[in-house]
Design a protein around this ligand. Structure first.
Ligand SMILES: [Zn+2]
Ligand SMILES: [Zn+2]
Length: 177
């Protein structure tokens, strides 16, 4: 689908990922009905009466007006302050069971691709290997249980897939209900 949606460096296809969808809803920030509405996380202490359009995300006006963030800064270590602001305040978040967080590679935030199951993850062996290693370090010591968990991704638990914006490597973390 071709659209005139703003470009998000760290979330290149928010329609495919399900964070933005077609809608006649009016944006709570600009008051316009742009045809598209954002459906995922937005953290603010203020009362936002409705949802936001992608343009008010892209230009930072929604984050500024409501003093909010689309993603927590947790995990966004080793990147520039500028990138941190772009990811947390000018990039659409995504749908997860647990609190979403963003992956970092090559000292830059990675681009969020979407939620995937085992088959899609296995198409990127480097992402599968990295996730296996992370889970092992996180305390999954039983190898057969770990493999069982990985091969059943997509059923209850999912992998959140990212692509490094510098070297192109795919990376992932597991999100479970
Ligand atoms: Zn708007
Ligand atoms: Zn990289």
């Amino acid at each position: 689908m071709t659209t005139d949606l703003p470009h998000f460096r760290y979330h290149p296809d928010p329609i495919a990922s399900g964070s933005v969808r077609e809608s006649a809803e009016t944006c709570a920030c600009c008051g316009r009905s742009t045809g598209w509405i954002y459906t995922a996380s937005f953290y603010t202490a203020q009362n936002v009466n409705g949802r936001l359009c992608p343009w008010c995300i892209a230009d930072g006006s929604a984050a500024e007006r409501f003093e909010g963030e689309f993603i927590d800064a947790y995990g966004l270590d080793g990147i520039s302050e500028e990138t941190l602001m772009e990811v947390t305040r000018r990039t659409p978040g995504f749908h997860t069971w647990q609190d979403p967080y963003w992956l970092v590679h090559c000292n830059d935030a990675a681009a969020f691709i979407g939620e995937v199951g085992y088959a899609e993850l296995a198409a990127h062996p480097e992402a599968l290997d990295q996730l296996r290693l992370d889970l092992r370090m996180g305390g999954w010591h039983d190898a057969s249980r770990l493999e069982n968990f990985l091969t059943h991704l997509g059923q209850g638990a999912n992998a959140m897939l990212f692509r490094c914006t510098v070297c192109g490597t795919r990376l992932a973390y597991a999100d479970a209900s």
